[in-house]
Design a protein around this ligand. Structure first.
Ligand code: ADP
Length: 305
């Protein structure tokens, strides 16, 4: 197959591993920086062009694409992916599913609609609602999240009601969208990353925050180890990925006193942490899944998502 990996950085571990495994399995692979793509939007001959250099432009054609679109380029990256979809190119994750997962509020609403357990979350725009926002999630301590946060950067713990009010007012002051969320203290700074491919959890790890930190992101010094999931956690992870319409997803779960709760569904989950912690060849599993699934045609035509 001709596979295009849509990634801005060919040196990233995940990009390199996917390329390596695809080549190993006999595929032709290109890494494509979405910001160097441009397109013509017509019904007859929709194309994606790639600016190879100042003078050189080529038209791209792939049998399958693997989107690894960074959060900072979601809008344009998804526009390029959509153009591949217009051409009926297979993509393991569809653009609409990626867009959904990138907006935390939208993702929470979609998951709630399908009855998936999540921490109690509230959201509002009016300054006067600060008190109700805080009370809805059971008061302080509570978590505040910028809706476009990644790597835990926009996730803050407000230990007191006063701190919560100050942070809410500050977020409003700068016009940022945010969520107010129940703090799951009993998770003890740990979360579980379930790696879902094609409706199955193929690997899982527990991430534990560094001392004095409540965010377990590996980018923030969290430590990873293998974990055995309960059947309930496994089902929850698969259901969350399915609801979002993602064939490839990293579903993050917190173990709370009232059962497992989904905090995030990531459409470009990193491979380094999970492969290192579990020893599972996640990249190869993804490529093998694409080989099989793409035989049935583009995701879009299968009505997924
Ligand atoms: P990001 O997408 O920026 O990584 P997450 O929502 O995944 O944001 O949160 C980052 C980390 O913060 C999680 O991995 C988890 O350890 C911690 N965390 C997030 N939400 C909660 C919560 N409601 N209660 C306790 N810890 C949380």
């Amino acid at each position: 197959m001709k596979i295009g990996i849509l990634s801005r950085n060919r040196n990233l571990y995940s990009t390199k591993r996917l390329k390596e495994e695809a080549i190993e399995r006999g595929h032709e692979v290109r890494i494509i920086d979405v910001l160097k793509c441009f397109m013509n939007i017509t019904a007859n001959d929709p194309s994606v062009f790639y600016q190879r250099s100042a003078r050189e432009v080529e038209e791209l054609h792939f049998d399958a694409v693997i989107p690894r679109i960074g959060a900072s380029v979601t809008t344009y990256g998804c526009a390029v992916l959509r153009q591949f979809e217009v051409q009926h190119t297979y993509s393991i994750n569809e653009s609409i599913a990626i867009t959904r997962s990138r907006d935390k509020l939208r993702a929470h609403q979609l998951l709630a609609r399908k009855g998936i357990g999540q921490p109690v979350t509230s959201y509002a725009h009016s300054v006067n609602a600060t008190n109700q926002l805080i009370e809805t999630v059971g008061g302080a301590p509570l978590i505040l999240k910028l809706t476009a946060s990644t790597h835990g950067n926009g996730v803050l713990l407000a230990e007191t009601k006063k701190a919560a009010e100050a942070l809410i007012n500050a977020f409003r002051g700068i016009g940022s969208d945010f969520l107010v969320q129940e703090f799951i203290k009993e998770a003890g700074g740990s979360d579980i990353r379930c790696f879902v491919v094609g409706g199955k959890v193929i690997a899982a790890m527990q991430r534990t925050a560094a001392k004095g930190e409540y965010r377990s992101n590996l980018h923030r010094g969290g430590q990873a180890q293998v974990i055995k999931l309960t059947p309930e956690e496994r089902r929850l992870a698969v259901k969350a990925a399915t609801v979002m319409g993602l064939d490839l997803a990293g579903v993050d779960i917190l173990r709370s006193s009232h059962g497992p709760l989904v905090i995030e569904v990531n459409s470009s989950p990193g491979l380094e942490g999970i492969e290192t912690a579990t020893g599972i060849n996640v990249a190869r599993t993804i490529i093998q899944y694409i080989e099989k699934d793409s035989l049935q045609g583009p995701n879009l035509l299968k009505g997924k998502g």
